[in-house]
Design a protein around this ligand. Structure first.
Ligand SMILES: *Cc1c(COP(=O)(O)O)cnc(C)c1O
Length: 420
């Protein structure tokens, strides 16, 4: 980054500091990851310079000989990896991709049935403050109080009563597997489309550590920057019969020129995801989450649904007498980065909820395994038990830094790189 350093030392310095922060901390935000240097190279490439509204072979600009090849290649890789008939790799991110699906398949005011946000669903599945809940009619399903899990009989009942035009299965804070086959059956029964939003779990699906929603879903959306370990973007997958509506909704319906540097970087990530190493990575994410969960349970933590079978863990801290925000701030001081999160049926407000959310994609990318998960659980326990003791946090931050040194993160510079 010599040119950046010379032109803009201010931005350069901040980027370097962020890099050091990512290197020296245990990052447990389940939606984050470390991309490879190859992904960083593609996303910082001269493809930034191109405009290419339209699709390969049907552009509104000349000069697309290489861009067309890149986009076609990336679409083919996406179809091959997920066994899909059609792929659109242009959505700028997950939220506009979901919006494109609604624009493609629904009339304004029709009903979207999605998982309730406080139960782990995403804003774009019909929550009021999102366009999805303002321009369409939202109905919701959630988890049961007893199990913390989705009850498919309840989902079927709501679908039969409400007759949604689309049912969305996907979440940002659900530690269990989705029964995509049952969702597909229910959608067909009530005449609804079925959108599977696998943003969080796409990498697990590729690694066969979570069942695939294909061929149960009409449309599958995934972000590319979470467990899939690519650049920030999204992919829409569907059958040939819906391809034209989906493509038209993305462009010209919602977007202008695609971000070609991102498209190329998605291609790199898909190539990496097709390797045996990635397969092992996806499975290790789940093993690590399980090890972390077991150790936390042994230390008396209350996990929503009693554990995990994917990459994430939701802790209800009520029993520990600490609120989520306070715990996540203390953990950050101790070099452990996570986020405070609502738990199902949370009596507290969303801006200061009862829980924290942890995930293992990033630490697994660094090569950490079960023994490191047990150390992390012990640190979390100690921080929560001494939530006001900054000396304890500082000491742990040093121990965390020491452990991180043994697990270099992909794509990050060396320790000695100049900060300013
Ligand atoms: C992250 C996420 C999105 C939105 O992705 P952005 O890229 O942040 O817009 C949508 N749905 C689910 C389930 C997600 O986890």
């Amino acid at each position: 980054m010599e040119a950046l350093r010379a032109t803009d030392p201010e931005i350069y310095g901040l980027v370097r500091r962020e890099e050091r922060y990512q290197r020296d901390s245990v990052r447990l935000i389940p939606s984050e990851n470390y991309v490879s240097q190859a992904v960083l190279d593609a996303s910082g490439s001269v493809l930034q310079n191109k405009y290419s509204e339209g699709y390969a072979g049907r552009r509104y600009y000349e000069g697309q000989r290489y861009i067309d090849k890149i986009e076609s290649l990336v679409c083919a890789r996406a179809c091959a990896l997920f066994s899909a008939e059609h792929a659109n790799v242009q959505p700028y991110s997950g939220s506009p991709a979901n919006l494109a699906v609604y624009c493609a398949l629904l009339q304004p005011g029709e009903t979207i049935m999605g998982m309730a946000l406080p139960h782990g669903g995403h804003l774009t599945h019909g929550w009021d403050v999102s366009a999805s809940g303002r321009f369409w009619h939202p109905v919701r399903y959630g988890v049961t109080r007893e199990t913390g899990r989705i009850d498919m009989d309840q989902v079927r009942e709501i679908a039969r009563q409400q007759r949604p035009r689309i049912i969305v299965a996907g979440a940002t804070a659900y530690p269990r597997q989705f029964d995509f086959s049952a969702f597909g059956e229910i959608a067909r029964e009530v005449g609804a489309y079925f959108l599977a939003d696998i943003s969080h779990i796409a990498g697990l699906v590729v690694a066969e550590a979570h069942p695939s929603p294909l061929p149960h879903a009409d449309v599958v959306m995934t972000t590319t920057h979470k467990t899939l370990r690519g650049p920030r973007g999204a992919i829409l997958l569907c059958r040939e019969t819906l391809a034209e509506s989906i493509d038209k909704a993305v462009f010209p319906g919602l977007q202008g020129g695609p971000h070609n540097q991102t498209t190329a970087a998605i291609g790199v990530a898909l190539r990496e995801a097709a390797t045996p190493e990635f397969h092992a990575y996806g499975r290790q994410i789940v093993s690590n989450a399980r090890a972390l969960a077991e150790e936390l349970l042994a230390r008396g933590f209350d996990l929503v649904s009693g554990g995990t079978d994917n990459h994430l863990i939701l802790i209800d801290l009520t029993g520990k007498g600490v609120i989520g925000k306070k715990a996540s701030k203390a953990l950050d001081r101790a070099g452990i980065v996570c986020n405070y999160n609502t738990v199902p049926f949370d009596p507290r407000k969303p801006f200061s909820p009862s829980g924290i959310r942890l995930g293992t994609p990033s630490v697994t990318s660094r090569g950490m395994r079960e023994p490191e998960m047990r150390r992390i659980a012990a640190w979390i326990d100690e921080v929560v038990a001494h939530v006001d003791d900054q000396e304890v946090h500082k000491r742990i931050a040093g121990e965390v830094r020491e452990m991180c040194r043994a697990f270099p993160a992909p794509g990050l510079g060396r320790e000695g790189d100049p900060v300013v």
